[in-house]
Ligand binder design. Structure first.
Ligand code: ZN
Length: 466
């Protein structure tokens, strides 16, 4: 296949009238379109206004798709323990498979070709199967919880680690290497010391396996870790071996100077999730300081209930805007810098070589966008366009590993309508857990049972919540 248009090679190079040739899973050539037209006369040709490397999101929760636009107005701990964990616990294998698939389809249709996913404790094999079926590139793994939680998801340490190794053996390297394993503790305080040390031992035993967890997201969770360990989260993670160049820590919003030193010294990757941090009132990650210390900062949507979308372009925009607000400085985070975070930096964190750049010999993970809408006209600087103007809805074409996975509304290999219908049924089942298990939180927020009805909106609730 030969794609023609404005080619954004990486955060430094743009070819205004360029073309890119794909053969098998790799990019065979990138050059001026006239030259490549002559050299490759027989390749199928497509034209897109902007052609770029697929976005890489280094922290998402695919299986939380049924929680989109629900559980609004809660702090992180309440949101998690009363709503999100019970939702995950209520989903059986079939629902988990559909929920994960929906998350991956949303990513593919909106320009994300690679995710570092944090699915759930149970039925993780179903999420792996969905990743394989939809064709997304994914680093993912079973979520580890071995301390008591509100939803009853906790497992014995041995069970959690044994099942992790079973899944790792089965799926690490699946679909020609598109699927890679990440040992995935939920967060420091949801796991015992033995579990966290076991996670490190597992990652060390298997080539190319990474570690992915949440860290230092907001005050209450930091306090929970301190009560359990007498340490701040990243200091504790470091002590049990969960820092390093094979570790991705989501959020890192509230970190001490000593923790930032640890991140820099160990080469730990940080995933900045601006929309989720804003929505849950967590704070603003000190991205400028991380970059000054040469910490690799990447971008993620987090989960549908904390965002409420997996649109990576929205996240690029929020990433830049929030840092500029924080520093009161319009130069705080450049469009090129954000673009790099969302592409190559993400691939480095996710541990995928030759991903995140459109150059000869690199993987053919490619997105084509249209600029033919009122919102997207005229097209100015390509980086400013992709960060501040583009939305996932502008994506027309998504290729992963040389295969077209999304083509102008059509997905390859999956029945997207059936998946949507299946996920739409999930809230009916969630009524059961919500009413019996977490009714109080919903009563506080809405005055009614979840998913049944909401209190009439008042002027007060429109301003500061009820
Ligand atoms: Zn998360």
């Amino acid at each position: 296949m030969l794609l023609q248009g404005t080619i954004i090679v990486d955060a430094r190079t743009v070819l205004e009238d360029g073309a890119i040739v794909i053969e098998d899973d790799r990019i065979a050539a990138v050059d001026d379109s006239a030259d490549l037209y002559e050299e490759y006369p027989d390749h199928e040709r497509r034209r897109y206004d902007l052609i770029m490397p697929g976005l890489v999101q280094s922290h998402v929760h695919s299986v939380q798709s049924p929680g989109r636009a629900r559980a609004d107005g809660l702090g992180l701990c309440e949101w998690l323990s009363d709503q999100i964990l019970p939702m995950e616990a209520a989903m059986g294998p079939e629902a988990t498979r559909a929920a994960a698939a929906l998350g991956y389809l949303e990513c593919l249709a909106s320009g994300t070709t690679t995710v570092v996913d944090h699915p759930s404790v149970e039925h993780t094999a179903e999420a792996f199967e969905s990743a394989i079926e939809t064709g997304i590139r994914a680093r993912m793994g079973k979520v580890l919880i071995d301390k008591t939680d509100s939803a009853g998801l906790a497992e014995a340490t041995e069970t959690a680690l044994t099942e992790t190794e079973r899944l790792l053996t089965r799926y690490h390297g699946a679909r020609d290497g598109r699927i890679q394993y990440a040992v995935t503790p939920r967060f420091a305080a949801s796991c015992s010391e033995a579990c966290l040390r076991g996670a490190r031992a597992l990652a060390n035993r298997h080539d190319g396996v990474r570690i992915h967890t949440h860290a230092a997201e907001e005050s209450e969770t930091i306090e929970t870790v301190r009560e359990a360990t007498d340490k701040r989260p990243i200091q504790w993670l470091h002590e049990v071996g969960l820092t390093g160049s094979d570790v991705v820590l989501a959020h890192c919003v509230q970190t001490s100077d000593a923790e930032r030193d640890l991140l820099a010294e160990t080469g730990t990757h940080v995933c900045y999730c601006p929309s989720a941090n804003m929505k849950l009132g967590a704070g603003i990650a000190p991205v400028g300081d991380y970059l000054d210390r040469e910490i690799n900062v990447t971008i993620g949507s987090d989960g549908p209930p904390s965002n409420d979308t997996l649109d990576g372009f929205t996240e690029l925009r929020q990433a830049a805007l929030l840092q500029r607000v924080s520093r009161r400085d319009p130069t705080a985070l450049s469009a090129r810098g954000v673009f790099r975070m969302g592409t190559r930096s993400g691939a480095e964190a996710a541990g995928f070589d030759a991903v995140g750049r459109l150059a000869e010999g690199w993987k053919a993970d490619i997105v084509g966008l249209s600029t033919e809408t009122a919102r997207a006209t005229p097209r100015g600087d390509p980086y400013a366009h992709l960060v501040f103007v583009a939305q996932g809805a502008d994506v027309r074409f998504t290729m992963v590993d040389g295969e077209v996975q999304y083509d102008d509304g059509d997905y390859s290999g999956v029945d997207a309508a059936a998946i949507r219908r299946r996920v739409e049924q999930i809230p009916d089942r969630l009524d059961v857990w919500a009413i019996t298990g977490s009714h109080q939180a919903w009563r506080r927020v809405s005055g009614h049972s979840p998913f049944v009805g909401c209190e009439p909106v008042t002027s007060h609730s429109l301003s500061w919540g009820s």
